[in-house]
Design a protein around this ligand. Sequence first.
Ligand code: MRU
Length: 359
Amino acid sequence: MTDLAAHDPSADFTTLRWLGDVDGHLELLDQTRLPIEVEYLPVRDVDVLFEAIRSLRVRGAPAIGIAAAYGVCLGLQSAATADESSFYQQLNATVKYLASSRPTAVNLFWALERMRLKAESLRGEFAPASLRAELLAESKRIHDEDRAMCRAIGMHGATLLQDGDGVLTHCNAGGLATGDYGTALALMYTAHEQGKKLKVFADETRPLLQGARLTAWELQHRGLDVTLICDNMAAQVMREGRIQKVVVGADRIAANGDAANKIGTYGVAVLAAAHNIPFYVAAPSSTFDLSLPSGDGIPIEQRDPREVTHGFGSSTAPAGVKVYNPAFDVTPARLIRGVICERGVISPVNADSIRSMLG
Ligand code: MRU
């Protein structure tokens, strides 16, 4: 455990990593402890990983997908000497279990399906012992590819940011939500590296405060100029002329460009439209779900009412009050000026432009 005050701000953090060989384990930066403590959680079995995903110790669409891919390797550790049919049964059970951890971020299902298909493609070719090594290599590839996609998103997206821009973001779509560099925050990191001076405004992001606890922490940690605001201040800050661009991440983007992201994102998009401020979504291709024609089909996670009534400890609402706590909302494509993915900027955002960019 590292006390934040004692933590060297120039030292980088690692959102997640695999330690050791096929019998090794996953290590996660426990995001529920930030910004108070930088604590790494060893994850040695699938139940611990399931809980970590559910309770947002690891969170953010790409990071959930990467963690789940490693989770498949954890789930197969006890199948090293299994016969082929038991090995595949265990694989399918692990995939099904992890797929039930959270419903909205499509990266979870994308990564699990990729692991399953990899194993299927090798059926009959490798004994379970060697198959496990192949699957660990596949999860590391998923992780490496995510890092590369984030860097590419940063390069394409930074061209949209001008020196001196005020940029608003919601939730956390940074290094903590991905392999290492983020999606929405990748634009800001890249622009910063290019010498552009940005003023980033981070919405605190009720109820779980990913903006305050995570985005403000990682931007500060990496030396960017960040100002924290409560969610209900965004309109005023826009009206004062402090925001020139809005950039957010996504958990799932439908074929027509409707994009699900953290609850409150849709409201920010409406505000941006009202103030004539371009609203961008940054996401890798693993976040697109082209099987859904529109955002109407995106499953929205409903979370524990206590996140609203007992945010971080004490009660802030009368006992027994009814609560509605959807964790995500869907921003319609018409409010999105562009989607930045690793292949470039999709704009205008519609089914044709998405299909021609993603192929
Ligand atoms: O509930 P969370 O914290 O997992 O929600 C995360 C978000 O909404 C992010 O903006 C999204 O996953 C994009 S991360 C690059």
